[in-house]
Write a protein that binds this ligand. Sequence first.
Ligand code: MG
Length: 257
Amino acid sequence: MTKKYVRFRVNDKVHYGVIGGSSINVLAGDLFDKHNVTDVVYSLDAVRLLTPCEPVKIVCVGLNYRKHAVEIGMALPTNPVLFIKPATTLLEPSGEIVYWPMVGQLDYEGELTVVMGKKCHMVDEATALEYVFGYTIANDMTARDLQRKDGQWTRAKSFDTFLPLGPSIVTGIDASDLSLQTYVNGEIRQDGRTSDLIFPIAYLVSFISQIMTLEPGDVILTGTPSGIGALQVGDEVEVRIEGLGALRNRVVATRGS
Ligand code: MG
């Protein structure tokens, strides 16, 4: 059965909860381990949604859709190309993306995101999905000019607010063939399907687990389809994934503006 989990702040306290209609039931215990649904309920309108998990590792896959590799002029990879974003990039679902002064071209990248549910190391592809808790939406914001200039991606991908994540974690869903679309100010810019991934989800979990131990709450951004493009201050960018909802953020010139 499909469930939608959120993390949220209300009355200066942070809770995990499960969504039912327009309300949230607070969870007691550990989202990724033993927990139970309490009868404490808040209206979705009355809370502030936070990133739905707090990953220690944010592992990202570059160039995982053929047409995107072509559009940025990169050769198709024979292995997944991995990079890491720091936790300080995390931005709550309705948060504002900052167009920092050092950035010359600010690009969106809508991405299906895997949320790990169990610790795993060296798992094979056949069992990899057993370690996945669910799926959410990410926007892997990128300073495209700096990505080209630096020859590696750390600076381009790591600015504060460069990872809007959420709004919820959806469990019990098959993510192998979902529609993924990105809109800028209501105009469609990316229109792909997760079935076009060069390296599918189970392969990625297995591959990454050969390198590092994945822990509950860690996330894997699976790459972006073609149609990337630049944002300007004032733009609203929205990533929609079938069954997972929408992640909508505005671009601002300075933090808190
Ligand atoms: Mg990306």
